[in-house]
Design a protein around this ligand. Structure first.
Ligand code: ZN
Length: 198
C-alpha cells in the first residue's frame, strides 16, 4: 500500500502486514462476545485489524486469529457473517454519502436532467443508474458517461434510490465532482472489490 507513512500503523492479524490503520478493517468484541466489524473505527475497546480483503478476513477466521488477538474473549466467528457485516457497513457509508451529496446539492436527479448535464457539463464524477431503469435510457446514459470518462454504477433499484432522496422513485442520480464524490468513489471501489472477491 502506498503513502502509509502518516497515520498510526496496525498489523493485519491474518497476513501480518502492517499498514495505515485507516486502510484496514477494525473489529471489536461486543459485550456478548460477538465479533463486530467496526468499519468507522469508532467503537470502544480493544481492536483487531485485517486488510480490506475477503482473503485476509477468511484466513483470520481459519487460523483462529480473532481468538488469539482477543485472547479468547470472543465467541466463534464465521467468515460469511463477517463478510456480510462488512458489506452492509460499506453500503451504509455509501448511502450516507449520497444523503450528504443531496443535502449539499452536489447532485442531479432524474434521467432528463442527468442526460442534459452529461451533454454539456463535465463536472460530474459519478452516475448511479437504477438496476430497473428502462433499457434504452440506461444505455443512453451509460454511453454518454463513458464518452465523458465518468464512472457509472448500478447498485440500487428505482425505489431504493427514491428512498435515499425522499422521493417515490428515482431512475438516475449524478454526483458532482468534489470531496463527497471522491469519498463515494472510494467506497464504491471497496464495494466492487468485496463483491468480486466473494
Ligand atoms: Zn492481510
Amino acid at each position: 500500500m502506498a503513502d502509509v507513512t502518516k497515520g498510526p500503523q496496525r498489523t493485519c492479524i491474518a497476513c501480518r502486514q502492517a499498514a495505515d490503520k485507516k486502510q484496514l478493517v477494525r473489529y471489536v468484541v461486543a459485550p456478548d462476545g460477538t465479533v463486530l466489524v467496526d468499519y468507522l473505527q469508532r467503537l470502544p475497546g480493544r481492536g483487531a485489524y485485517t486488510c480490506l480483503a475477503i482473503e485476509c478476513l477468511v484466513a483470520a477466521v481459519k487460523k483462529n486469529s480473532f481468538q488469539r488477538s482477543f485472547k479468547g474473549g470472543c465467541l466463534a466467528v464465521e467468515a460469511t457473517q463477517l463478510t456480510e457485516q462488512l458489506r452492509q457497513a460499506v453500503d451504509k457509508k455509501m448511502i450516507s454519502l449520497i444523503g450528504m451529496a443531496r443535502k449539499s446539492r452536489q447532485f442531479i436527479a432524474g434521467s432528463n436532467a442527468v442526460i442534459e448535464a452529461l451533454k454539456k457539463d463535465s463536472s460530474l464524477a459519478l452516475i448511479i443508474v437504477a438496476t430497473d431503469i428502462s433499457v434504452s435510457i440506461g444505455k443512453k446514459i451509460e454511453a454518454l458517461a463513458l464518452r465523458n470518462h465518468i464512472d457509472t454504477t448500478r447498485c440500487y433499484d428505482k425505489q431504493t434510490m427514491g428512498q435515499l432522496l425522499g422521493k417515490e422513485e428515482r431512475s438516475v442520480i449524478a454526483i458532482q465532482a468534489g470531496f463527497l464524490a471522491d469519498s463515494l468513489l472510494k467506497e464504491l471501489h471497496i464495494h466492487r472489490k468485496l463483491v468480486r472477491e466473494n
